[in-house]
Design a protein around this ligand. Structure first.
Ligand code: LMR
Length: 335
C-alpha cells in the first residue's frame, strides 16, 4: 500500500513545473532608444547618459540600446515605430509634431525666444509642462524636454538682410510655420529628413538651411555651405516621447528607475547643450572653410520684422494662451 502511494507522490513532484523566481531567471528588458543626430551632440550625449543611468538603477532588469544618426528609424518613421512598439524611446524635434498637434508649433514661431533661458522658463512652466501631454490622446506621452539650441541660417552667399534670402531654397523640418517664415522673405523651402540634408546641400537640391551649431558641425554642413549667419531665429529642442500604453503598463519598479534616469539625464543635457553648441561654432570658425556673419542689432531686428507677420497667421491655431505664455517667458521675472 505504502509503495504505490510513495510512487504516486514521487510522480506528482516530478511533474510539477519548476518555479524559479522571475528576478533570478528573466532576461533584461530590451529598451530601444532611436534618434537622428550624431552622438557628439546634446541629444546624442543625453541618450547615452540615460542608458548609463537606467542600467545603473535597474541592473540586470533593463538593457538600453541607443541608435543614433537615424540608424534604426529616421524622421519619417520614428513616430510610427513608437506607436507600433518597435522602439521604446525617441527624442523628436519639437518642429515635427504638426500633424499630431498644433500646440507645440509655438516653438516654431520665428524669433519667439530671445535665448535658451527663455526657452527653459517656458518648457518648465505650467503651459510648457502641459504640452508634454498634448499628444497623449494619440498614445504619445512626453516625459521631458531636452535642449539643443537656437538655429542659425546658412547659404552660399551672405545672409545679412532679409532681401538676401529671396529666391533661395531652404531645407526645413516638417513644419508649416518654418515654411511660412521663409515665404515671408520670398524664399522657397523643401521639407527634408535630417539624414538627407548634407547630400541635398551638396548636389544643390537645396542651397540654404537652418540648424543649431552642434547639428551643423556634427553633420559637416560647413563643408557644403560657404556663409553662416548667427540669426538665433528659432529653437531646436526635443520632446522625449514614449508610447503611453507601454509606459503605463510597465512594472512600477521599472517605471520608477527609468523616470529617475530620465530626470538625471535631462539635467545633464541642459547643462551641456549650450557648451556643445559654443564648441561646435568655434570648431566651424577654426576650420577656416566658412564665413560666420554676426548680425548687428539693427540687422537682426530687420529679420524679426520681416518674419513677425507669421505669428498672426498661426496664433489662433496654436492657442493664444500658449503663445502669450511663450512671449512672457522672455521676461526673466516670469516663473
Ligand atoms: C532637424 O531635422 O534639423 C533636427 O530636428 C535634427 C535634430 O533632431 O536635431
Amino acid at each position: 500500500m505504502r509503495k504505490w502511494l510513495l510512487a504516486a507522490a514521487a510522480a506528482a513532484i516530478l511533474a510539477a513545473p519548476v518555479m524559479v523566481p522571475v528576478s533570478a531567471s528573466a532576461d533584461p528588458m530590451i529598451i530601444k532608444f532611436s534618434h537622428v543626430v550624431a552622438p557628439n551632440t546634446p541629444k546624442g550625449q543625453a541618450a547615452l547618459k540615460f542608458k548609463e543611468l537606467a542600467e545603473k538603477y535597474l541592473p540586470g532588469k533593463v538593457t538600453v540600446e541607443v541608435y543614433p544618426n537615424s540608424q534604426l528609424f529616421g524622421d519619417a518613421k520614428e513616430m510610427e515605430a513608437l506607436a507600433l512598439g518597435d522602439v521604446q524611446f525617441i527624442a523628436t524635434s519639437l518642429s515635427k509634431f504638426g500633424k499630431y498637434t498644433h500646440k507645440t508649433e509655438v516653438f516654431d514661431l520665428p524669433f519667439m525666444f530671445k535665448d535658451m533661458e527663455a526657452v527653459d522658463r517656458f518648457e518648465q512652466g505650467k503651459v510648457g509642462q502641459s504640452l508634454l501631454h498634448a499628444m497623449e490622446n494619440r498614445n504619445y506621452l512626453g516625459l521631458a524636454y531636452w535642449h539643443n539650441g537656437l538655429s542659425q541660417m546658412s547659404a552660399n552667399k551672405p545672409l545679412i538682410k532679409p532681401e538676401d534670402a529671396k529666391g533661395l531654397k531652404f531645407r526645413i523640418q516638417q513644419s508649416d510655420i518654418i515654411a511660412a517664415s521663409y515665404a515671408a522673405v520670398d524664399a522657397n523651402v523643401q521639407k527634408l529628413a535630417f539624414s538627407e540634408v548634407y547630400q541635398a546641400l551638396q548636389v544643390g537640391t537645396v542651397n540654404a538651411q537652418e540648424n543649431t551649431w552642434s547639428n551643423i558641425y556634427s553633420k559637416k554642413f560647413y563643408e557644403v555651405q560657404s556663409d553662416f549667419t548667427e540669426s538665433n531665429g528659432r529653437v531646436i529642442d526635443y520632446m522625449v516621447l514614449v508610447n503611453a500604453k507601454w509606459w503605463n503598463g510597465l512594472p512600477k519598479d521599472i517605471q520608477a528607475g527609468l523616470s529617475k534616469a530620465m530626470k538625471e539625464a535631462t539635467a545633464v543635457n541642459n547643462q551641456i547643450a549650450e557648451k556643445l553648441n559654443a564648441d561646435a561654432k568655434k570648431k566651424i570658425m577654426d576650420s577656416g572653410k566658412v564665413k560666420i556673419h554676426e548680425l548687428t542689432p539693427a540687422q537682426h531686428a530687420a529679420w524679426v520684422k520681416a518674419m513677425h507677420p507669421v505669428w498672426a497667421k498661426f496664433t489662433d491655431k496654436i492657442g493664444k494662451d500658449i503663445v502669450d505664455a511663450a512671449v512672457a517667458s522672455n521676461n526673466p521675472k516670469t516663473n
